[in-house]
Design a protein around this ligand. Sequence first.
Ligand code: ATP
Length: 304
Amino acid sequence: MSVTVRVPAKVNVQLGVGGLRADGFHDLANVFFAVALGDEVTAEAAEGVSLSCTGPDAASVPLDDSNLAARAARLLAAHHGIEPGVHLHIAKSIPVAGGMAGGSADGAAALVACDALWGLDTPLETLLELAAELGSDVPFALVGGVALGRGRGELLERLPVTGTFHWVFAVADGGLSTPAVFRECDRLREEAGTGSSEADVPTPDADPALLAALAAGDPVALAAALTNDLQAAALSLRPALADTLRAGIEAGAAGALVSGSGPTCAFLAKDADAAAEIAKSLEESGTCRAAQATYGPVPGAQVR
Ligand code: ATP
């Protein structure tokens, strides 16, 4: 018997980063948006926990116990006091270390897949708690849609949204480490003289114009409201991303930003035809490894 779960990647349409807290984390105002570009995780009954992975970035995915899918399987089994027995196969389309929460997505997918395989019927609230233990982006991959994440990103509030938005993602060669991008954000704030601590940086909050654009289903208004406080840091570590952003705008994107901690760049298009055109131009521009048109919002991790 096997269970296959489809899980979305995310783009942050707003990523507000507060000052560095004493515990080493930053307060975030994170508007997560789930897109159809996603991974598939298949769980099959087996002895112990084992993993396999296919896809263009498969070589960069750890197949040991550090993989979030394996950690999710073990955490769910421990919660129920059972021995974990599963082989997890990850069919990976989400770029690795790309700022699209691919590892978190696989963790969420493994929770749902193992829950079904082992016939546990774990309530969603419990799965959300286990997800938050695995990482601050994992709960969103369970719920999908569009949601505001506060704290480290793990306190979720679903947001109203109308219709479908069309996106293009430009994948870069090589990833960026999320902690390194946060460190660079702090360093740039110090260098600019504004300071980087909690006392120096106002607590971020969701932008009302952005929320209104989502609720109205207005891509042009959403494009104008896209913000990412980590973008300057990602560009500082990877200056060539500025060329990618420019190429997408020149190709007709209504808005562009670095996705999360990067280096994937996200472009908002007016409609599906425009998205296909932008993806084609980006591929021809030579400023990215690949470009893919997709859409959202879509639901979170679901049995296929
Ligand atoms: P985020 O946007 O949440 O910061 P990301 O999308 O930039 O994350 P991931 O693809 O989640 O980055 O991978 C970050 C690192 O996590 C990888 O370099 C890899 O070592 C590790 N990792 C653990 N589990 C997985 C997984 N299932 N898929 C990909 N990477 C994983």
